[in-house]
Design a protein. Structure first.
Length: 143
């Protein structure tokens, strides 16, 4: 029975295999702030989502091509880049159509809603674990 408790203690003390970079966390924080701002502004004017989604597109694009981000982080940013870009394009298309998406009757409105849900999902999946498992700080240089 002592082997069981040793194994249990080692399992609990095991370090998480996923670690995140500061660049990824900063990009996710920026995307979260623009998401909250966009949702607040969208309640006032439906076209106000265009600049916030474009900002998320640019932020994820920048984070995708950073040299210090991990491959898993690049994958998350690639997905966010595509979703924010698609949402920006759909919002621009809705700008030239009559009416709002209060009722989900058109396919464009359904696509906007789907992009929004998927983006929020990737934001949660990408941001929360990164805040909980940060890269260890670099060792100080010897003096």
């Amino acid at each position: 029975m002592p082997g069981f408790f040793d194994n249990l203690r080692n399992w609990v003390a095991m370090r998480a295999p996923y670690t995140s970079t500061a660049g990824h966390r900063n990009a996710q924080r920026t995307n979260a702030v623009t998401q909250i701002a966009g949702q607040g502004l969208e309640s006032l004017n439906s076209t106000a989502v265009i600049p916030t989604k474009f900002a998320q597109f640019l932020t994820s694009g920048y984070a995708l091509f950073r040299h210090d981000t991990h491959v898993s982080e690049k994958l998350i940013h690639a997905i966010q880049l595509l979703l924010a870009g698609a949402h920006t394009g759909l919002a621009i298309a809705l700008l030239f159509q009559e009416g709002d998406c209060d009722e989900l009757t058109s396919n464009v409105c359904k696509a906007v809603t789907l992009c929004e849900f998927l983006y929020q999902g990737t934001l949660i999946v990408g941001w929360v674990p990164s805040e909980l498992s940060k890269d260890p700080p670099p060792a100080p240089a010897p003096v």
